[in-house]
Structures are given as structure tokens and as C-alpha cells.
Design a protein around this ligand. Structure first.
Ligand SMILES: CSCCC(=O)C(=O)COP(=O)(O)O
Ligand code: MG
Length: 255
């Protein structure tokens, strides 16, 4: 049987979905419809919850250089300031739970209208199906909100493939560069960290997972940022998930 670990935890962007889909399709969709969305949904309970998170994040960010404040109240000035704050966060690709939750809600319309179709590399579904047949449990952990992840899989270019994934995790487990987040996920699914193989395109995330006691493999997909040769040398690097099926026993390279 390939792989020691029973749990396969997948990063999304740069691992199973192209960075280009996120940066060139999903993010511009939000920038384009943001103003209309805020105007239309301002009084909705769901948007008011998103706004509360954005306001709380703004307090945390208030000392960050270039920070864009959110005005209080419900007038046009407040709406404009929310738009500007969101665009500022997106410009710097901030991974705050507040931004990610709002983006997920905005993408919903785009997926449901058929304008957005979640990208998946062609090796992903065949390999994940084989791993499932081998008894492996498949989970995702992304900075994108759990709802955003679900939409991407429900409305993927291959149709609804969400049933492959047992559960989605997001930054509510903690940031992806923090070892505690992987311990939180292990606790959530009732396994030891040593039972988790985390796949990602980001070395700092792989290092955090390994510090927590998980194993980790790096993905080098076309269009990903080049991997730092020194830092990534501690890890096995694969180009597609097919390579997972060829691994008989993963001797963690970082030991
Ligand atoms: C779940 S699709 C949206 C992806 C996203 O917003 C993002 O920031 C990607 O982060 P990841 O942790 O999947 O690399
Ligand atoms: Mg990634």
C-alpha cells in the first residue's frame, strides 16, 4: 500500500488548484462585483456577520503600514470604506479569516450562476479516488473559507466532486504557517499528527506541519512560485499527485 499515513490533508491553491485560477479568476471576480454585492447585501444577516469580522480585523490591522480604516455606521461613507479595506487586503493577498469569509460568500453567486467553475488539475480526481479506495481519508486545509472550498468542489470543472472530501478546514484552525493549526486539525479528526500527510506548495506550511509531527510533501505545479532550493531540500517534491501512488513507504526526508 502506498504511503504510511491514513490521512491525506490537501492545501488547495498551488496544490490541487492552479494559482492562476485563484489570482486571475476568483480574486478579480470579487474586485469586480464587490461594490454591487455590498450595496445589495448590506442589511443581510450574513453580510452583517462578515462586516463584524472585517471591523474586528481592522482593529488588529490598525498599526499596519498603509492600513485602510473602516468607518462606523451604515451610510455610503461606511460602505465605501469597507470596499476600500477589502481591496487593500486583497492587494496584499492577506489571508485573514474576515476577508476569506466574505470572498467565499461573494463567490457563491458566481458559482451558482455558472460563471465560475472550480479548477482542478487533471491528476487530482483519479488519484484521490484511488487513495480513497485504498482506505485513505481525504481532507483539505486552505486559507480559503470552508464554504469557498465547498463551492469550488461542488461547482468544479468536473461537476460536483465534493463527496471525495470528508471535511474542509480553514484558518479557524489557525494560520497555515503555525504548527498548532495542524495539531488542532489532528484533534478535530481524532488522529495523531503522525497519521497525517500534508501536501502543499508552500515550504513554511510544510515546515509547520512537520513541526507538529505530520509528514509533508511539496507540490511543484506549473505557475507556482519557485521553491527555495535550500529550504525545500528537506522535503520530497512531486509534480503531480500520481507520484503519491508510486511511493511504497515514505521515509520522511526531513529526519
Ligand atoms: C478555496 S479557494 C480560495 C483560495 C484562497 O482564497 C486562498 O487564499 C488560497 O489559499 P491556499 O491556502 O489554498 O493556498
Ligand atoms: Mg497553497
Amino acid at each position: 500500500m502506498p504511503l504510511n499515513e491514513n490521512v491525506i490533508l490537501l492545501d488547495i491553491e498551488g496544490t490541487i488548484t492552479s494559482i492562476s485560477f485563484v489570482k486571475d479568476t476568483l480574486f478579480p471576480y470579487v474586485s469586480t462585483v464587490l461594490e454591487d454585492y455590498i450595496e445589495k447585501h448590506w442589511n443581510d444577516e450574513s453580510f452583517q456577520q462578515d462586516l463584524e469580522l472585517l471591523r474586528a480585523q481592522a482593529v488588529i490591522d490598525s498599526n499596519v503600514e498603509g492600513f485602510v480604516p473602516i468607518s462606523s455606521g451604515n451610510d455610503n461613507n461606511a460602505k465605501k470604506s469597507v470596499i476600500n479595506n477589502v481591496l487593500w487586503q486583497m492587494k496584499y493577498d492577506k489571508k485573514t479569516t474576515a476577508l476569506k469569509q466574505l470572498q467565499g460568500h461573494i463567490w457563491k453567486d458566481g458559482y451558482e450562476s455558472g460563471l465560475l467553475k472550480g479548477h482542478l488539475y487533471e491528476d487530482v480526481l483519479p488519484v484521490l479516488n484511488k487513495l480513497t479506495d485504498l482506505g485513505k481519508k481525504i481532507y483539505t486545509y486552505s486559507s480559503g473559507s470552508t464554504e469557498a472550498q465547498e463551492y469550488l468542489f461542488q461547482y468544479s470543472m468536473y461537476g460536483d466532486v465534493s463527496s471525495i472530501f470528508l471535511k474542509y478546514f480553514d484558518t479557524k484552525m489557525g494560520p497555515k504557517g503555525s504548527e498548532t493549526s495542524y495539531i488542532n486539525i489532528a484533534n478535530e479528526i481524532n488522529v495523531n499528527c503522525s497519521d497525517i500527510l500534508f501536501l502543499t506548495d508552500v515550504v513554511a506550511e510544510a515546515e509547520a506541519a512537520v513541526k507538529a509531527g505530520c509528514n509533508s510533501i511539496l507540490l511543484a505545479r506549473p505557475g507556482n512560485a519557485p521553491l527555495d532550493s535550500e529550504k525545500s531540500s528537506k522535503f520530497r517534491i512531486i509534480k503531480t499527485l500520481d507520484e503519491l501512488l508510486k511511493i511504497e513507504y515514505v521515509v520522511p526526508k526531513y529526519i
